[in-house]
Design a protein around this ligand. Structure first.
Ligand code: FPP
Length: 241
């Protein structure tokens, strides 16, 4: 089986899962943490090298204040409870996004978790918080513009490599597979640049019900795809011989 090196996930459907059970949205997010744990485990078991989860988007700031603050508390609690276990399992934890927008206590915990797991060599778990794909590209452009202003770079030298090198996931190969739960079929401003050639897998399963079987279904779908990167199928087959 051809296992994707990098899997990105849009975890959608927590609110609907809770509503269907007559519970508050917060209960859905809490149940979603269990799916995060199961997904990290199965990704590591299957030999995925990078897992990138969309936990909180730039747009999620627009949610009611009580939901934003309950998500913040849930992230803090998850960090407190899970980091040692992740560390024992050789997982390296990294956060991407506009972390300066987060509350100081959460930034401190994020930085401590990154430092604690920095030397681990197993699965890299990237958690996107206060992240937006357009924000990521704009930030990269600003960094390059500063280098042009400083005389270190000519504007004509700017190419795809230079932009990629300034993105949040600069050190990480592009996602091979994007999974989105919850029935919607859109990218929602996640990793816009990096997803250029990703295979897309959409499932109606709501995030709190996403499990190892569903992850394997997505891997199976990926494994059956031929990735052409603009070539013809015949060219790809000839190169594989
Ligand atoms: C989308 O469901 C989910 C989120 C915006 C939050 C995701 C957070 C978690 C799964 C919990 C913690 C994560 C980590 C990494 C510890 P929704 O609220 O948009 O659902 P709906 O579309 O059904 O309303």
């Amino acid at each position: 089986m051809n296992v994707p090196r990098h899997v990105a996930v849009i975890m959608d459907g927590n609110g609907r899962w809770a509503r269907a059970r007559g519970k508050a949205r917060h209960a859905g997010h809490r149940a979603g943490v269990k799916s995060v744990r199961a997904t990290v485990e199965i990704a590591a078991e299957r030999g995925v090298d990078y897992l990138t989860l969309f936990a909180f988007s730039s747009e999620n700031w627009r949610r009611p204040e009580h939901e934003v603050s309950s998500l913040r508390n849930l992230f803090l609690e998850a960090l407190r409870r899970e980091v040692e276990e992740l560390h024992r399992n050789n997982v390296r934890l990294c956060f991407i996004g506009a972390r300066e927008q987060l509350n100081a206590g959460l930034i401190k915990k994020i930085e401590a978790a990154e430092a604690r797991t920095a030397d681990n060599t197993g699965l890299t778990l990237n958690v996107a918080v206060a992240y937006g794909g357009r924000w990521d590209i704009v930030s990269a452009c600003k960094k390059l513009a500063l280098r042009v202003e400083g005389g270190e770079l000519q504007s004509g030298d700017i190419d795809e490599q230079l932009i990629s090198a300034e993105l949040q996931l600069a050190q990480v190969p592009d996602p091979d597979l994007l999974i989105r739960t919850g029935g919607e079929q859109r990218v929602s401003n996640f990793l816009l640049w990096n997803l250029a050639y990703a295979e897309l897998w959409f499932t109606d399963v709501l995030w709190p019900e996403f499990d190892k079987e569903e992850f394997d279904r997505a891997l199976e779908h990926f494994s059956n795809k031929q990735r052409r990167y603009g070539h013809t199928g015949e060219q790809v087959e000839a190169a594989e011989c």
